[in-house]
Design a protein around this ligand. Structure first.
Ligand code: ATP
Ligand code: MG
Length: 316
């Protein structure tokens, strides 16, 4: 087992306002070094609160977070040396140029003028921002601004980079460029913890992920293992003209070899199956007798996993 670079134990955060809100409700999490690790969950799940505590920006109600073995509550200044953060909302300094945003970050973390100048030039090059070095942040596209935020966040060579909703508001092309920039960090030995409510992002980018909802982790694994937990590699959604005899159809479908599960969905049935030659034909023939109107075929996604666990859609 590789070293856990981020160790979260029994983490809780209750916001005491007029109505008290339990934003994080007992989270345990171990992030092995070197991974791109995702926290996937809907709005209000507690992702930002977890990141805020781990990055010393909020104090937990209970529990602990250690980064590279350092307790973030007991030793926040020391912990911050190992942490890079890109918050959910743009925090670039609008009064500084692109280059200065990185340079002053380096200086803040104790690099000499010479070191900071060299590191800035290297990061501008690595993140393909050199030709915009003298521009001001407000002149950058959303994608470039996000790349600059990442470049700045790793300027002091942290061991862990926290990215809170890194692709929120980015167009698809910028999102892919951002993914590439994040994947490039592997080579530098930086562990990445990111939050997202885009299942495609969690699936494409993350080595492991935790699905989080209402302040709790529901499940934690690799994207492939999470999808496999659905119990089939094909999903057939059968929309029926009438659903009067759906109980009988459901039982009949369950007898087909390869079918692992049949569920009632709006206007019909969902068949989960392990793909096999001739399986789809059998399903269609059987369903036709009961008035099949339409059929769609999909494969399990993290969305399917989330719905299975919560009964809700990630996007709701
Ligand atoms: N400063 C605060 N005071 C009171 N309640 C808060 C505060 N910050 C967050 N909350 C509440 O805590 C819960 C978790 O919020 P959090 O921002 O951590 O979720 P999130 O998963 O990051 O959501 P999003 O996808 O919208 O960014 C929500 O119910 C939110 O309203
Ligand atoms: Mg958030």
């Amino acid at each position: 087992m590789s070293e856990s670079i981020v160790e979260i134990l029994g983490l809780r955060k209750v916001y005491n306002g007029k109505n008290s809100v339990t934003a994080v409700d007992g989270i345990d999490l171990h992030v092995p070094a070197g991974l791109i690790y995702g926290l996937l969950g809907p709005n209000g799940a507690g992702k930002t609160t977890t990141i805020s505590i781990a990055t010393t920006r909020a104090i937990p109600t209970a529990g602990s977070v250690k980064i590279a073995g350092v307790d973030v509550v007991a030793h926040p200044a020391l912990a911050r040396r190992s942490i890079g953060v890109v918050p959910q909302f743009n925090t670039l300094d609008r009064s500084c140029t692109v280059a200065e945003n990185i340079y002053f970050h380096c200086r803040y973390f104790g690099l000499t003028k010479t070191e900071a100048t060299a590191r800035t030039a290297q990061l501008l090059d690595q993140f393909r921002l050199s030709d915009r070095a003298a521009a001001y942040p407000q002149a950058l596209s959303g994608g470039l601004a996000q790349r600059l935020q990442i470049a700045r966040a790793i300027a002091h060579r942290p061991r862990v980079l926290f990215l809170d909703e890194p692709s929120a508001g980015l167009d698809p092309q910028s999102r892919i460029a951002m993914w590439e920039a994040v994947q490039g960090l592997r080579g530098e030995g930086i562990t990445v913890v990111l939050t997202t409510h885009y299942m495609e992002e969690a699936d494409e980018l993350c080595d492991r992920l935790a699905i989080i909802d209402h302040g709790k982790i529901l499940i934690e694994d690799t994207p492939a293992a999470l999808k496999a937990s659905i119990g089939g590699d094909k999903i057939y959604d059968l929309r029926m003209r009438g659903v009067r005899d759906s109980g009988i159809l459901k039982r009949n479908l369950q007898t087909i070899e390869g079918v692992t599960r049949v569920e009632v969905i709006d206007g019909g049935l969902r068949v989960l199956a392990r793909a096999k030659d001739g399986l789809l034909a059998k399903v269609v023939t059987m369903a036709n007798e009961f008035g099949l109107r339409d059929l769609t075929t999909t494969e399990p996604s993290l969305e399917t996993v989330f719905i299975r666990l919560t009964g809700r859609d990630l996007r709701e």
